[in-house]
Design a protein around this ligand. Structure first.
Ligand SMILES: NC(=O)c1ccc[n+]([C@@H]2O[C@H](COP(=O)([O-])OP(=O)(O)OC[C@H]3O[C@@H](n4cnc5c(N)ncnc54)[C@H](OP(=O)(O)O)[C@@H]3O)[C@@H](O)[C@H]2O)c1
Length: 352
């Protein structure tokens, strides 16, 4: 049986819509008909800069929502017809990758979560990799994990545990930032300051930010205004932008024994090796060995969190044309023309 995929044929392109066989799920995998696939800045970077991927052709796309159409012989808890979401699959050991920009994807069932009734496929597709990148560096308790090792709000005693603490989220309107704000709220942080374009302030406050500061403030003023709000340096700073300016501001704003999480491995201006600030590079892939157990615990709780509205998806913006629309969306991401929404395509609407 054939499907349509979007193939990145070689480093730097081209991206080609073409036919390919529908994958057969392994014994521990489910086959998902992809109803919605989300676009990420990482897809743009792989395509335009030729980074992160070492084997071509490949299929981009980190996030999937769809319907289970086949269940491997060893899989428990899933049946055909289930509405599910998942991060696309990357096997660290073999380098094998299975991206979201295709009509069917086979993934291990342990990295899948069921979608509650109150979510559309487009909303669900905004969640997996951004929520993972938000949550894992905060809550992953595995030995060797790059994480603040807070107690997750879905673990016993975790909800509201950090009452009285203050968090700063740089890039609060980004896909990841919106999930970090909500996690900080669930964790009980009393002060949650986010930076964004001020047009996004109401959205961020609806997610749990107690204060929103203009992202255009000069770095030094931003840090001082944030400290004024929080009454001093922050217990937790999450930098979802991680450019030279935000890294410098985020590091500076972090309290002496506080946690500073950042999403890109750029040098941190002003970082002092003798400092007791704890630095954590975010790593959002569920399949990385050190992330597997924490990811699976979170995925088990995710349907309930979404059903209760404890976590709300990003607002999706659907790009027309199915997989043919991906390139235009990636170019918008490359031009930084995406604000507080997640771009999504519907692969089933692709004309070959
Ligand atoms: N380490 C990992 O495992 C991992 C995983 C996934 C992604 N990432 C990286 O994480 C970054 C964020 O990804 P994403 O998908 O969340 O991005 P995104 O949603 O595309 O980010 C767009 C948002 O960034 C905000 N922004 C841009 N520059 C800003 C600044 N200087 N200050 C404050 N806000 C700013 C904008 O806010 P306004 O609209 O309010 O202006 C915009 O809404 C990307 O660089 C991505 O490659 C890393």
């Amino acid at each position: 049986m054939q499907q349509i995929i979007l193939s990145l044929e070689a480093k730097g392109g081209p991206l080609v819509v073409k036919e390919a066989p529908i994958p057969t799920p392994g014994p521990n995998e489910v086959l998902i008909r992809v109803e919605a696939a989300a676009l990420s800045p990482g897809d743009w970077k792989i395509y335009a800069l030729g980074i992160l991927v070492y084997s071509y052709p490949t299929i981009l796309g980190f996030d999937v929502a769809g319907v289970v159409t086949e269940v491997g012989s060893e899989v428990k808890g899933y049946a055909t017809g289930d509405r599910v979401m998942c991060e696309s699959y990357y096997d660290v050991a073999t380098g094998e990758s299975r991206g979201a920009f295709q009509q069917y994807i086979a993934v291990p069932s342990v990295y899948v979560a069921k979608m509650p009734e109150n979510l559309t496929f487009e909303e669900a597709a905004t969640i997996p990799s951004s929520l993972g990148t938000a949550a894992l560096p905060l809550y992953n308790d595995a030995e060797g994990a790059s994480s603040a090792k807070l107690l997750a709000p879905w673990e016993e005693g975790g909800q509201g545990k950090y009452k009285g603490k203050a968090a700063l989220i740089l890039g609060g309107a980004s896909s990841i930032g919106q999930y970090v704000i909500q996690l900080a709220r669930l964790s009980g942080f009393s002060t949650i300051v986010a930076t964004a374009s001020l047009g996004n302030a109401d959205l961020l406050k609806s997610l749990g930010a107690t204060h929103v500061l203009d992202r255009k403030l000069p770095s030094e003023k931003l840090v001082h205004d944030a400290w004024d709000v929080a009454g001093g340096p922050f217990d937790l700073v999450y930098d979802a932008v991680a450019n030279e300016e935000t890294l410098a501001a985020g590091y500076r704003a972090t309290a002496c024994k506080g946690d500073f999480v950042y999403v890109l491995q750029n040098p941190i201006p002003g970082a002092d090796e003798s400092s007791k600030k704890r630095l954590h590079f975010a790593h959002g892939l569920y399949t990385v060995p050190v992330n597997q157990a924490a990811s699976q615990r979170m995925l088990a709780k995710l349907p309930g969190l979404l059903e209760r509205g404890d976590i709300k998806p990003n607002r999706p913006e659907v790009i027309p044309g199915g997989l043919n629309g991906v390139l235009a969306g990636l170019e918008r991401l490359g031009r930084n023309q995406v604000s507080a929404v997640k771009l999504v395509v519907r692969p089933q609407e692709t004309d070959a």
